[in-house]
Design a protein around this ligand. Structure first.
Ligand SMILES: NC(=O)c1ccc[n+]([C@@H]2O[C@H](COP(=O)([O-])OP(=O)(O)OC[C@H]3O[C@@H](n4cnc5c(N)ncnc54)[C@H](O)[C@@H]3O)[C@@H](O)[C@H]2O)c1
Length: 275
């Protein structure tokens, strides 16, 4: 019996990177997972990996920025597994540039994926959460549900070249704190994890082909300038970037029953960096 046995979790952007590690970790603790990514390939690969490890998962493929995606994602959990206990808003990417070179579209794209999409997913969960809480209260039971929104130290501390991304990730903190106040009465804990420097394709040297990512037919250059990478690592007291498993560990802390009385918090998972 895992600590999340019987729970149902939805994890956006879980076909790769940190989201994949979160999905694997929650599944290893017994949660049934709805895996999401833009394309079926990565999403189905993660479903197969969870099943191969003895867990349970289904895929809900699609772009989180689609207006109807929030409803579809929440429905996938309720129809597929009969409930919804954990939401991890993780899907995202970067489109860097100094402010004078950023277009409106480039700025808005970060707001769409990091702020509007989680807003719609959480709004879609509001009614089911209210119904579950009412029913459980009538039965004299208290069931604690969890939301973990993924932010970044770019949002909590700022980062040159990321005015779009850091603005969006800062908004995630505001959304988290407000919903923790709205949803306490529904017994939903809403917290945020802000990562520092975690090893994924978003933080590889930007001359690595893996950092050229496809989003809706557009090729986006992610990654970090090679010259900056060494400097970034020397700023980390623990002396290295985090692994995706270590990043997932931070998210798991907020999903585990031990954090049932913690809500409205931002946990920095950054190896000790305080910029
Ligand atoms: N890697 C880091 O150092 C770091 C630091 C701070 C915050 N973050 C945040 O962590 C989250 C995960 O990033 P990662 O580093 O694992 O990146 P990643 O590229 O390895 O994984 C992100 C996944 O999200 C998916 N995705 C992107 N846009 C999507 C959309 N519109 N709809 C559905 N799926 C979408 C991608 O296809 C990909 O599989 C992001 O929100 C990112 O901003 C990462």
């Amino acid at each position: 019996m895992g600590k999340l046995s019987g729970k149902v979790a939805i994890v956006s952007g879980s076909g790769r990177g940190i989201g994949r590690a979160v999905a694997m970790k929650l599944a290893s603790e017994g949660a049934s997972i709805v895996v999401n990514d833009l394309d079926a390939g990565p999403a189905n690969e993660v479903v197969a990996a969870i099943e191969a490890a003895g867990g349970t998962a289904i895929a809900c493929v699609g772009n989180v920025t689609a207006p109807d995606f929030g409803e579809r994602f929440v429905r996938a959990a309720i129809d597929g597994f009969g409930g919804l206990d954990i939401i991890v808003n993780n899907a995202g990417y970067t489109r860097d540039g100094v402010i004078q070179k950023q277009t409106d579209e480039q700025f808005q794209a970060m707001i769409d994926v990091h702020v509007t999409a989680p807003f719609r997913i959480l709004r879609a969960a509001a009614e089911p959460f209210r119904t579950f809480a009412k029913q459980e209260a009538a039965e004299g039971r208290e069931v604690i549900r969890k939301v973990v929104n993924i932010s970044s130290m770019a949002g909590t501390h700022g980062n040159a070249g990321q005015v779009n991304y850091s603005s969006a990730k800062a908004a995630v903190v505001g959304m988290t704190k407000t919903l923790s106040k709205e949803w306490g009465r529904l017994k939903v804990c809403v917290n945020c994890v802000a990562f520092g420097f975690i090893e994924t394709r978003l933080t590889k040297p930007n001359d690595d082909p893996e950092t050229r990512i496809e989003i809706e037919g557009r090729t986006i250059q992610a990654g970090v300038p090679t010259a900056m990478l060494g400097a970034l690592k020397t700023m980390v007291p623990l002396g290295r970037a985090g692994t995706v498993e270590e990043a997932a560990g931070g998210v798991y802390l907020f999903c585990a029953p031990e954090s049932d009385y913690i809500t409205g918090e931002v946990l920095v998972v950054g190896g000790g960096v305080s910029l």
